[in-house]
Design a protein around this ligand. Structure first.
Ligand SMILES: *Cc1c(COP(=O)(O)O)cnc(C)c1O
Length: 458
């Protein structure tokens, strides 16, 4: 603790990056494009414009521009809750009795409680700049819906969030945060869309699914010229916006001459890992440095470690464009016992390509060990971590314990994506010792992968 490195390394407001970094510019093998589920052709911007905002489509399709200026109004909003601190986990290191040096970038310091605000504010800005009235989206647990509601309130946009009915009823607190920020939160399936009406006619008692909520949100956007659909992860544009995390971390490290050996992020759709690791992967791609980068996923939803690199539907409803990613199949649904988040079946095409090309590793961890790590972290470092973030904590602790055995003083950096105040039912299961680890069988994954589309995979 006598070290000259402070507990928290803060950049000044004026040091917040003013450009996002697009790692695709430095990739030799570019990520595969989004393709049409009808005939497999790569989607053109004209075809994407009725669904998504125009400027965001330009970012989505741009594989060559390395730096994008962050619009001034977005920079101003970032100042409300950024820069986020890079924290030296002195207390955790001491508890582990490790020679390793552990750092974490803390992205939970805003009301939405996660990094998702970094992209929602950018997406809301471009929607407003295009003259739209509002945006539509879906939300499951509610983090993305909350982040988008905050962003829309700031720019005076209407925000229509289709929330999976079971979450709408069982997670009233997230719902109320969204409504407080002015969002219209609609339990899905609903009578406000044709697809919703049809699903309700066929299954009157359904509690909804993310796939169904996506279908409703897309329909609500494409049937109204003043609205577009927005997404909180997976897409290239989202990773671009999230590069703010990595760029800040890199700058903070440079101030104190910190060189990370290991960089860790949890992986759901890949946006925080892709954003946190982007500038470091850029250095690797340009041959300037080498880092060990680890993506951590739940053993109950292991896209990287047990999935297939193939074109697949982004949604359970099979209406969205196809993306090439590591996937468990769009029909894969993690066990109902899985409380730890990161439930998405696929993975960002950028990360998928980088993983395929060997630029980073991935590992899968079981949820009870994730909550053990979360508890240890909460008790030593004070922050109650989100279950998703705690996947990264688990592996950071494991790597630090390896250093204890070998005596190596490695520098480990991980992204602490958010706080866990809305996840206390999961913590309750862990505290009550009713949490179980369910790992899908090879047969279950093979079954789900049988439904991969033929298009794009011949
Ligand atoms: C959404 C979310 C994640 C996972 O999403 P990625 O796109 O993989 O980053 C991780 N942590 C928190 C707190 C989240 O809300």
């Amino acid at each position: 603790m006598e070290s000259k490195i402070p507990y928290k390394i803060y950049l000044t407001e004026n040091e917040i990056p003013t450009q996002w970094y697009n790692v695709r510019a430095d990739m030799k093998n570019k990520p595969a494009p989004l393709i049409s589920p009808a005939d497999g052709h790569a989607l053109s911007i004209e075809e994407m414009n009725p669904i998504f905002c125009e400027e965001l489509n330009k970012q989505e399709l741009d594989d060559t521009t390395a730096w994008f200026d962050i619009p001034e109004p977005v920079q101003q909003f970032y100042r409300m809750y950024r820069p986020s601190p890079l924290v030296r986990a002195y207390f955790l290191e001491k508890a582990l009795d490790t020679p390793a040096k552990i750092y974490y970038k803390f992205e939970g310091n805003n009301t939405s409680g996660s990094h998702k605000l970094n992209s929602s504010i950018a997406q809301a800005y471009y929607a407003k700049a295009q003259g739209l009235k509002g945006v539509t989206t879906e939300t499951g647990a509610g983090q993305w819906g909350t982040a988008l509601s905050m962003a829309c309130a700031y720019f005076g946009l209407d925000c229509r969030v289709f929330m999976v009915k079971v979450s709408y009823e069982q997670k009233p607190f997230r719902r109320e945060v969204m409504r407080t920020y002015g969002a219209h939160v609609i339990p899905s399936p609903s009578m406000t869309t044709e697809i919703g009406k049809k699903i309700l006619a066929d299954h009157p008692n359904t509690t909804g699914s993310l796939g169904c909520a996506i279908s409703e949100a897309v329909e609500a956007a494409v049937t109204n010229p003043d609205y577009r659909y927005v997404l909180g992860s997976v897409l290239n544009q989202v990773l671009l916006h999230q590069s703010i995390i990595g760029l800040e971390a890199q700058k903070a490290m440079q101030k104190y001459d910190i060189r990370p050996d290991i960089i860790i992020g949890c992986a759901g759709g890949g946006s925080n890992l892709g954003g946190f690791a982007a500038p470091f992967i850029g250095e690797i791609l340009r041959g300037e440095a080498n880092y060990r980068i680890i993506g951590v996923e739940p053993a109950s939803c292991p896209s990287f470690t047990r999935g297939k690199f193939a074109y697949d539907f982004c949604d359970t409803g099979m209406i969205c464009p196809l993306a090439k990613m590591y996937t468990l199949g769009s029909q894969f649904i993690p066990s109902a016992n899985h409380a730890g988040g990161l439930r998405y079946h696929g993975m960002s095409p950028i990360l998928a390509q980088l993983y395929h090309d060997g630029y980073f590793e991935a590992c899968a961890v079981e949820q009870s060990s994730v909550f053990e790590a979360a508890t240890q972290f909460a008790r030593t470092e004070g922050i109650l971590p989100a279950p998703e973030s705690s996947h990264a904590i688990r592996v950071a602790i494991d790597e630090a314990l390896k250093c204890k055995e070998t005596g190596e003083a490695k520098t480990i950096a991980f992204n602490l994506t958010g706080t866990g105040y809305f996840d206390l039912v999961a913590y309750q299961q862990f505290n009550d010792k009713t949490m179980v680890d369910v790992i899908p069988s090879d047969e279950a994954i093979a079954d789900s992968l049988q439904h991969l589309p033929k298009i794009g995979n011949n």
